[in-house]
Write a protein that binds this ligand. Structure first.
Ligand SMILES: Cc1cc2nc3c(=O)[nH]c(=O)nc-3n(C[C@H](O)[C@H](O)[C@H](O)COP(=O)(O)OP(=O)(O)OC[C@H]3O[C@@H](n4cnc5c(N)ncnc54)[C@H](O)[C@@H]3O)c2cc1C
Ligand code: FES
Length: 249
């Protein structure tokens, strides 16, 4: 969905940040921003129905109003990864937060070296942002591979879980690559093993930790893991940090 602000202020955000979206009288849900970053007067978000708030968001129509607080969270450290090779590994709804970064990297192609995008979904109809996927597949300045776990009759592409794509992509330079792995926890576990197996450093493997969140402000403690407020210090962490927060995944 695309949201426009009803004031002139707009919002500035980084890839990996999220907003609290509220349906008045019902509640709020943290939702990642999936549009290209920068100073914007509109935002894009991709919402899966799981409960009351997300269901109510899906029942909205064009021109309806929601409340927005944010942006919250640390987002990706873009300075730290500038000049590196980028490896995006996005499973299912994980493509939503990853998309903001991918669009930024492709819009500013000279800031990064190689860009590799691995994308997976359970079935072809679960693939999100299909126009983007087609556009990325046609670009000569990035490598794009997509797979599905369970193909239908029309699917002629890769079959299998997303980690099977690690063996199909061009060889990476592990010392100079930053990997961004977002998807269901089980995918994260196996994708990290692949990245470590290729010789990548833990500090160069990034993920997004999803916790139950309420305030987004470091006040309510809903998102707390040990002494860390994920809504403030996260949701983006590198794998060396995740190792310290073992129960985070
Ligand atoms: C930083 C962050 C970014 C997110 N980005 C997106 C996004 O881009 N798109 C999107 O669709 N969703 C996203 N989510 C998840 C989304 O916030 C939840 O699905 C939403 O809050 C559920 O609210 P609800 O009222 O619809 O469901 P509820 O009625 O609160 O819950 C319904 C069911 O979903 C489970 N659930 C609720 N929240 C979570 C959660 N955070 N993690 C795991 N299970 C949960 C509950 O345990 C329950 O079983 C994000 C979450 C976080 C923390
Ligand atoms: S969501 Fe309230 S402290 Fe993080």
């Amino acid at each position: 969905m695309r949201l426009e602000f009803d004031d002139e202020q707009g919002v500035e955000y980084r890839p990996g940040q999220f907003m609290e979206v509220s349906i008045f009288g019902l509640g709020e849900a943290p939702i990642s921003i999936c549009s290209a970053p920068g100073k914007r007067d509109d935002l894009e978000m991709c919402v899966r129905t799981v409960g009351d708030v997300t269901q109510a968001i899906h029942e909205l129509g064009v021109g309806d109003t929601v409340g927005l607080r944010g942006p919250f969270g640390n987002g990706y450290d873009m300075e730290n990864v500038a000049g590196k090779d980028l490896l995006f590994v996005a499973g299912g709804l994980g493509l939503a937060p990853t998309r903001s970064f991918i669009l930024d990297a492709l819009n500013n192609r000279d800031r990064f070296r190689r860009v590799t995008i691995l994308c997976g979904a359970q079935t072809p109809s679960d693939l999100l942002f299909r126009d983007d996927l087609e556009a990325w597949a046609k670009r000569a300045d990035c490598e794009f591979l997509v797979t599905v776990d369970r193909p239908d009759e029309e699917w002629t592409g890769n079959k299998g879980v997303i980690t099977t794509l690690f063996r199909k992509m061009d060889k990476i330079d592990p010392a100079n690559t930053a990997a961004f792995i977002i998807g269901p926890p089980i995918m994260f576990k196996f994708a990290v093993l692949e990245a470590l197996g290729m010789g990548m450093r833990k500090a160069n493997i990034y993920c997004s930790l999803e916790r139950r969140m309420k305030c987004g402000l470091g006040k309510c403690g809903h998102c707390q893991i040990r002494n860390v407020y994920v809504c403030q210090e996260g949701p983006i962490f590198n794998y060396a940090e995740v190792m310290r927060l073992r129960e985070g995944i």
